[in-house]
Design a protein around this ligand. Structure first.
Ligand SMILES: [Zn+2]
Ligand SMILES: [Zn+2]
Length: 298
């Protein structure tokens, strides 16, 4: 059954789940990264350094920057051999313990992801389109909760920011993954503040945010706001910030949509997706998008 966040208690908190600092290959010190996001109006941030020998397996303790109106999640970007394309895995893990053990010599990506999930982390398949991750490799990461469907850095650096295609193939194989947007900011170029999650939680509390991420109680955005998405029988009701298109898409080429100038609400039929899933995209006149997680209708 679907897990839409809009009727859950609390409010939405805006956060970036994927960021680097000088503790791996980012340009800014951790404190400066945190301050940049706080000043931009974010509610939370995860610093996710490359968890590699050459950086001494950093997991940054960001608890010192938590305040009443800003919090942090502890995380890392995990790496292990080896993909079908020869590259090392990139696996996002948010909600790690500070003493998460370094990657073992013989630990592969699926084993590392499983260890991170067992340690309490929200595990994401990072930027699959950035390195042409294959479907077989993606299917092997059984511990993943989600796919990083938009990554600002991959978009502005190499025009490979969007990863919905492989996500839909995974959904088509029955994988109940959610979908999140991040920056993966390194601050070498303008790679910050381009994609984020809005997480529904009762309070701005790291444990509550992490539980909501795992439960799929969030949506992703590059700009537009989703105010409500609700299943009502064979209809889907959507309310959002002004949009020029509100689109539901599902398996194969199934779709339902409304176009306009400044749409703020619409109702779409669920018949094209009956017994399967759909997801909603809201597109604004600047070309920015917001996305729901897949909404399962069985
Ligand atoms: Zn990466
Ligand atoms: Zn990264």
């Amino acid at each position: 059954m679907h897990a839409l966040p809009f009727d859950k208690p609390g409010r939405f908190y805006r956060g970036n789940l994927h960021t680097h600092s000088t503790y791996s290959d980012g340009v800014l010190e951790p404190a400066a990264v945190v301050e940049a996001y706080r000043a931009r109006g974010y509610d939370f941030l995860a610093l996710t350094e490359h968890f590699l020998t050459r950086y001494d397996f950093p997991i940054i303790d960001t608890r010192q920057w938590r305040t009443a109106d800003f919090t942090t999640l502890i995380g890392a970007e995990l790496h292990a051999p080896a993909l079908e394309n020869g590259a090392a895995w990139h696996i996002l893990a948010v909600g790690l313990p500070l003493d998460f053990a370094p990657t073992a010599q013989d630990e592969d990506g699926p084993a590392l992801a499983a260890r991170a999930a067992a340690a309490g982390a929200f595990v994401g398949i990072a930027h699959p389109n950035w390195y042409a991750l294959t479907l077989d490799d993606a299917l092997s990461l059984g511990a993943a909760h989600a796919v990083e469907v938009y990554n600002t850095g991959c978009d502005v650096e190499v025009d490979r920011g969007y990863s919905w295609h492989i996500t839909e193939m995974l959904l088509g194989r029955g994988k109940r993954l959610t979908a999140f947007a991040t920056d993966d900011a390194h601050f070498r170029i303008a790679d910050a503040f381009g994609g984020w999650v809005q997480v529904r939680a009762a309070a701005l509390d790291p444990d509550a945010l992490l539980a909501a991420l795992k439960a799929g109680h969030f949506y992703s955005s590059q700009g537009p706001e989703l105010h409500d998405v609700r299943v009502d029988g064979d209809r889907l009701h959507i309310a959002c910030s002004p949009a020029r298109a509100i689109i539901a898409t599902g398996p194969g080429f199934s779709h339902a949509e409304v176009y306009g100038e400044a749409l703020e609400a619409c109702t779409l039929p669920l018949a094209p997706f009956a017994g399967r899933y759909c997801r909603v995209t809201v597109l604004d006149k600047q070309g920015k998008r917001a996305w729901t997680n897949p909404i399962w209708l069985d």
